[in-house]
Design a binder for this molecule. Structure first.
Ligand code: BES
Ligand code: MN
Ligand code: ZN
Length: 494
């Protein structure tokens, strides 16, 4: 989508969207338009009792005195009340309302009093919302592309065009990261298998990210038997990808983000039921988020040292697949009894988490994983569950969640859950019984983090099959990119 910023003159054709502040307060462009229409604007506002409440809209077709075909008034509510995410949502709502308008579309962000962030930043955030909303995944449609139904170009009109352009650049990079994560989650598993995923991650090197790809041989040397076991029934080779973005001070300890990348999860020998199994192409939502995040951070040249690590494998039933009852080693040296091959994400993460803390000694680790159906039962699709050994990190994530709309809710870890994953046959088993499934999975992961401040985000409910909202309309939301970008920006830069 092509977004341009310029000064605020009344356009001569197409569609004009104009912001209006609470109480139907017009900015100076609104006043000018009202005079060009010989008062028709104010008359329509009065007749429709349009109060310009947040996201209320009023449409005037072919307004007399103007050359535009359509004038869409968009209520902002009180400009001083608007947070960043509010403006993005309004931008998204505008894009949704406009659809694939024929003719050019201009969004005039008027110079309302009380734009705390300044008109330039407000315009940039509205544009960011438009960009996020207009994402489509239609590359496999050979006939009618959904492309046809969406906005393709937007010119944003504002008195602070230069400031807006400058503020939009990083937001645009973040949106590209969200779109990358969405693309990866949406891709079917016959296209996106571990080697192909690694190839796409490698493309981040164009942005200055250093990308290492570890093959099965490399991982054998590291004794990552838990990860390798997950992929051993698949004809697709497993991979681990390590991404480095070193935008911070030289030598400063990095933070680390880790993602579960099961490119397809059949359950393995503990085969899942058929209904809905297609959704398991999204079982790499954690890895997609980490990759999208690294894109976002690099694109906006974040002043932070960040490591992203994703474990990639396909979980298939096969003559060579691991069996329930198998006992495997892990890089940490702990042995794991596998009682259900469908609890594979924690096996893969056990080795990636251990590797991350062992090699990088990071300030903290955050892992994301579509780990359990139990988190969906507990929290549904609006909140991701977080499990943390560190109150400060959990609190920061909660605040970032509120700020970005990518909500998290803290769930318990406890030594009591450890008892549920003890087994007489090995150091730990990979399932904990019927109750507290999301917590026993998290407790399992905690055995592989070795005291580093850490949070596990269970995104099984939020990364895929997502509810539609102002800025996300597709199956894959790209959940987590904006959340973690915010966390880094607020606490680990400059
Ligand atoms: N990938 C699934 C979890 C999942 C479920 C993600 C629904 C997205 C939507 C995970 O690998 C899994 O199968 N978990 C099992 C664990 C159980 C066997 C202990 C589950 O949740 O049923
Ligand atoms: Mn599974
Ligand atoms: Zn899985």
């Amino acid at each position: 989508m092509d977004i341009k910023f310029s000064g605020s003159a009344v356009p001569k054709s197409g569609n004009l969207v104009l912001t209006v502040a609470a109480g139907a307060k017009l900015g100076s462009l609104g006043v000018e338009i009202d005079s060009q229409t010989d008062g028709q604007l104010k008359r329509a506002i009065a007749a429709a009792e349009f109060e310009a409440k947040r996201d209320s809209m009023l449409e005037l077709i072919a307004p007399v005195g103007l050359k535009v075909d359509r004038l869409l008034l968009v209520g902002l509510g009180k400009p001083e009340d608007l947070g960043a995410y509010d403006l993005e949502k309004t931008g998204g709502a505008i894009a949704g309302r406009i659809g694939a308008a024929s003719g050019r579309v201009a969004l005039a962000v008027d110079d309302h009093e009380g734009f705390e962030m300044g008109g330039g930043r407000a315009a940039a955030l509205l544009a960011s919302g438009v960009k996020l909303r207009t994402y489509r995944f239609d590359k496999y449609k050979t006939k009618k592309k959904d492309e046809d139904k969406r906005l393709k170009a937007l010119s944003v009109l504002t008195k602070s065009a230069a400031a807006a352009r400058k503020a939009f650049a990083p937001l645009s990079g973040i949106a590209d990261g969200v779109h990358l994560a969405r693309d990866l989650v949406n891709e079917p598993a016959n296209v996106l298998y571990p080697v192909e995923f690694a190839k796409r991650a490698k493309q981040l090197s164009k942005l200055g990210v250093k990308v290492e790809v570890l093959t099965e041989k490399d991982m054998e040397k590291l004794k990552m038997d838990a990860l390798l076991g997950v992929g051993q029934g698949s004809v697709r080779d497993s991979r681990m990808v390590v991404m480095h973005w070193m935008g911070g001070k030289k030598g400063e300890t990095p933070v680390a983000f880790i993602g579960k990348g099961v490119t397809f999860d059949t359950g393995g020998i503990s085969l899942k039921p058929g209904a809905g199994m297609g959704d398991m192409k999204g079982d790499m939502g954690g890895a997609a988020c980490v990759t999208g995040l690294m894109h976002a951070l690099a694109a906006r040249k974040a002043k932070a040292n960040v490591i992203g690590i994703i474990g990639l494998a396909e979980n298939m039933p096969d003559a060579a697949a691991q069996r329930p009852g198998d006992i495997v080693n892990s890089m940490s040296g702990q042995t794991i009894e596998i009682l259900n091959t469908d609890a594979e994400g924690r096996l893969l993460l056990a080795d990636v988490l251990w590797y991350a803390q062992d090699r990088f000694k990071p300030k903290f680790m955050v892992n994301l994983a579509t780990l359990t159906g139990a988190i969906l039962v507990a929290l549904g699709k609006e909140y991701a569950g977080i499990f943390s050994n560190n109150d400060e990190l959990a609190q920061r994530l909660t605040v970032s969640g509120e700020a970005t709309g990518e909500l998290v809710w803290r769930m318990p870890l406890s030594p009591a859950y450890d008892k549920m994953i003890d087994t007489p046959n090995a150091d730990v088993k990979n399932v904990g019984g019927r109750y507290a499934g999301a917590s026993t999975a998290a407790q399992f992961l905690q055995r592989f983090v070795n005291d580093v401040p850490w949070t596990h985000i269970d995104v099984a409910g939020t990364a895929m099959d997502s509810p539609k909202n102002e800025i996300s309309q597709g199956w894959a939301s790209g959940y987590g990119v904006r959340l973690l970008n915010h966390l880094v920006a607020e606490h680990y830069e400059g």
